[in-house]
Design a protein around this ligand. Structure first.
Ligand code: ATP
Ligand code: MG
Length: 242
């Protein structure tokens, strides 16, 4: 058989196999705090381009799950693969190398730096995430435009509305061009109009190829999702619990 033909076939098989690999995979993840088992064996695959929503009552383990998925916390049992690397058994600095710039978090309480302006909040994050220095000003500008924050760039967080603060947190999360965004109650403190706006931004970013896992109580998110999960009593299901 022609050698170049065989090599080409092997390459095609390799690329097909790699493109089918999930960005993130949790296998039978359990988490116990002293005697309480919060996660009781959760498996989840996140494929490139997914827009996944996870719903569940307060205290059901949504944040715990998201922290474990992004390597901010480790499971008591089970495996977590991020970009095909098992991260739950890696030391913190190794986990950090794998997710740096590629995985972004948007938290409910966005921890903006109160003494710095909107522009500086994004700029500082860009430096921390290793974005090339020359590229930072144009990236910050583009994000401010995209999130309609240009007129607030010299404001400090205390001078912003809840929706504007959340948009700064989103800009910060986007500055290193992540592949995967993990968002924990990103509209927790916002009214329905502001929430809709945030979900619309997410939707637009998802259409550009960014993968999302969003934990929320907000039912309006559902129309944007391609997969919906529910967490209840430590178990994840794609069916609404009865
Ligand atoms: N560090 C911790 N030590 C002990 N228990 C914890 C810890 N973190 C979370 N828990 C417990 O785990 C359970 C799940 O918490 P988690 O924050 O994941 O819930 P949640 O679904 O995100 O809730 P909410 O919707 O209120 O944000 C809760 O009962 C909580 O008390
Ligand atoms: Mg939570």
């Amino acid at each position: 058989m022609d050698l170049s033909f065989t090599v080409l076939n092997l390459l095609l098989i390799y690329f097909f196999f790699m493109s089918a690999q999930p960005l993130l995979e949790l296998i039978n993840v359990k988490k116990k705090y002293s005697t309480t088992e919060v996660l009781k064996g959760i498996s989840l695959k996140v494929q490139k381009g997914d827009f996944i929503g996870i719903f569940g009552p307060s205290g059901s383990g949504k944040s715990t799950l998201l922290h474990i998925a992004g390597g901010l916390d480790t499971p008591t049992e089970g495996k977590v693969f991020l970009f095909n690397t098992r991260i739950d058994i890696l030391p913190e600095n190794e986990r950090d190398k794998i997710r740096k710039g590629k995985v972004a978090y948007i938290f409910q309480f966005h921890y903006l730096l109160e003494d710095f302006t909107v522009w500086e909040n994004i700029e500082i994050f860009a430096h921390l995430l290793g974005v090339e220095k020359k590229q930072i000003p144009s990236k910050v500008e583009k994000l401010l435009r995209f999130l309609r924050l240009e007129h607030r760039k010299n404001f400090k967080p205390s001078q912003l509305s809840g929706g504007e603060r959340q948009r700064v947190a989103i800009a910060r999360a986007l500055v290193a061009d992540p592949l995967l965004i993990l968002a924990d109650e990103p509209t927790g403190n916002l009214d329905s109009h502001q929430s809709e706006e945030i979900f619309t931004y997410f939707h637009r970013l998802n259409k550009k190829g960014i993968t999302f896992v969003v934990v929320s109580h907000n039912e309006n998110l559902k129309k944007f999702l391609n997969k919906t999960y529910y967490i209840n009593d430590g178990i994840l299901s794609d069916k609404l619990p009865s």
